[in-house]
Design a protein around this ligand. Structure first.
Ligand SMILES: *Cc1c(COP(=O)(O)O)cnc(C)c1O
Length: 373
C-alpha cells in the first residue's frame, strides 16, 4: 500500500501580515484531548475565555465571545448583527480592510456611504463627524490597525462623535487586539471584532467579538434576524452565555489555544505587551531606515507597531525578494495589496513574533538579500 508522507511542514518564521508565530504554550494547549461542545469542562473554559477577552478588549460587555472562523467571520457576524437591509452605514476607509467593510455592508443590503483617504492616512474625528452629519448613519465603521497600509487609526474622540450622531461605533481590531491598546469602553466603541492569529499568538480559527449595551439595544430592535444563522450573535450568545443550547460544534482545541494566548497576554501584562510591540517595531524601523529603506507611513506615531509597510526600492523585484527570504531563510513577509501591490512589503511583528531576535534576524536577512548592510 502506498501512503502519502508523514506530515512535515517546513519551518517558517511568520513575519508577514498574519498568521503570526504561535507561542509554544499555545501549541501545547492545541494538542490536548478534544472535548464535546457541551461538556461542563469546556463550558467552564468558554466562561474563562470570555472573561479574558473582556480584559484584553477593555470592556465590561456581557456579549463578548469568539465566533468560529477567522477575522472575516467576526466582521460578518458583527456587521450582520448591526445592519438590516436599508440601514445606513458610514465606512471610513483608507485601505483594503476598510474597503471590505464597505463591500460586506453592501452585500447585507445596507446603504453604504464610504469616506476615503489615501492608503496610509488616517481620519480625524472632524472628518468622521462631518461625514456622519451628512449621511446620518446607524453605524460608523472604521479599522483600528489597517493591515494593508500599516497606519494606526487614533480612536480618541470617535465614540463621542458616534454618540452625538446617535450612531453605533464599530471598530475592526483584528491586527491591534493584543498588540496595541483598544480600550473599548474608555473609547466608547459599541461593536468590535478581532482574530486569534495576529497579536494574540494563537492559530487562525476563532474571531473574538463584542457588543456593548447600545449595540445590543439596536440588535434587540431588529425587525428580522441576522441573515447569517451561523454567525448570528444572539444565537451564539445563547450558547456561550445563556441556555448553553447547542448551536454548532465549537472546536475545543481552538478554544484551548485562544484561552492560552489570552492568558499569556494577561500574564505579561497588557501595558508591558504593548510596550514590547512598540519597542520591537521601533528597532525594526530604525534598522530598515539605516539600510536606506523608506517606510510607507511617515509619522511614527501613526504607524501600527505590529505591522510595518516598507517601500520596495526602485529596481528591486518585490516578489523575488520574498521568495529568497522564504526559501533561503525560512522567513515569510507579505506583499502589498490594492494600490500598494508591488510597492511595499508588509512586515508583521505580532504577538509571540514580536521579539528582539526576530528583528535582528529579519534585518540581517533583508540586508543580505538586498546587498545592503
Ligand atoms: C487579517 C485582517 C482581517 C481578516 O481576518 P482573516 O483572519 O484573514 O479572516 C480583517 N481586518 C484586518 C484589519 C485584518 O488585518
Amino acid at each position: 500500500m502506498t501512503t502519502t508522507p508523514e506530515l512535515d511542514p517546513p519551518t517558517r518564521l511568520l513575519l508577514g501580515p498574519g498568521p503570526s508565530p504561535v507561542h509554544p504554550r499555545v501549541t501545547r494547549a492545541l494538542s490536548a484531548p478534544a472535548l464535546g461542545h457541551l461538556d461542563p469542562a469546556l463550558l467552564a473554559m468558554l466562561d474563562e475565555t470570555r472573561g479574558l477577552l473582556r480584559a484584553v478588549f477593555g470592556t465590561a460587555n456581557e456579549l463578548t465571545l469568539a465566533v468560529s472562523g477567522t477575522g472575516m467571520a467576526g466582521m460578518e457576524s458583527v456587521l450582520g448583527a448591526a445592519l438590516e437591509p436599508g440601514d445606513r452605514i458610514l465606512v471610513c476607509s483608507a485601505g483594503f480592510f476598510g474597503d471590505r467593510l464597505a463591500e460586506l455592508a453592501a452585500r447585507l443590503g445596507a446603504e453604504v456611504t464610504k469616506v476615503e483617504k489615501e492608503w496610509g492616512d488616517v481620519f480625524e474625528p472632524e472628518d468622521v463627524e462631518a461625514a456622519a452629519e451628512a449621511s446620518r448613519p446607524k453605524v460608523i465603521a472604521i479599522v483600528h490597525a489597517e493591515t494593508s497600509t500599516g497606519a494606526l487609526q487614533p480612536l480618541e474622540g470617535l465614540g463621542d462623535v458616534a454618540r452625538r450622531r446617535d450612531s453605533l461605533l464599530l471598530v475592526d481590531c483584528v491586527t491591534s487586539l493584543g498588540g496595541s491598546a483598544v480600550d473599548l469602553d474608555a473609547r466608547g466603541i459599541d461593536l468590535a471584532y478581532a482574530g486569534s492569529q495576529k497579536c494574540l499568538g494563537a492559530p487562525p480559527g476563532l474571531a473574538p467579538v463584542t457588543a456593548g449595551p447600545r449595540a445590543r439595544a439596536a440588535i434587540a430592535a431588529r425587525r428580522r434576524p441576522s441573515p447569517s444563522w451561523y454567525a448570528d450573535l444572539e444565537l451564539l450568545e445563547q450558547y456561550w452565555g445563556g441556555a448553553r443550547a447547542y448551536h454548532h460544534t465549537i472546536s475545543s482545541p481552538l478554544v484551548y489555544a485562544l484561552r492560552e494566548g489570552l492568558r499569556l497576554a494577561l500574564e505579561e501584562g497588557l501595558e508591558a505587551r504593548y510596550a514590547r510591540h512598540r519597542a520591537n517595531a521601533e528597532a525594526l524601523w530604525q534598522g530598515l531606515e539605516a539600510m536606506g529603506l523608506q517606510l510607507h507611513v511617515a509619522d511614527p506615531a501613526r504607524r501600527v507597531p505590529s505591522l510595518t509597510t516598507v517601500r520596495v526600492p526602485d529596481g528591486v523585484d518585490e516578489a523575488a525578494l520574498r521568495v529568497r527570504l522564504r526559501d533561503g531563510y525560512g522567513i515569510e513577509i507579505g506583499a502589498g495589496l490594492g494600490p500598494l501591490k508591488g510597492r511595499v512589503w508588509r512586515i508583521g511583528l505580532m504577538g509571540h513574533g514580536s521579539s528582539t531576535s526576530n528583528v535582528v534576524l529579519l534585518r540581517a536577512a533583508l540586508g543580505e538579500v538586498l546587498g545592503r548592510q
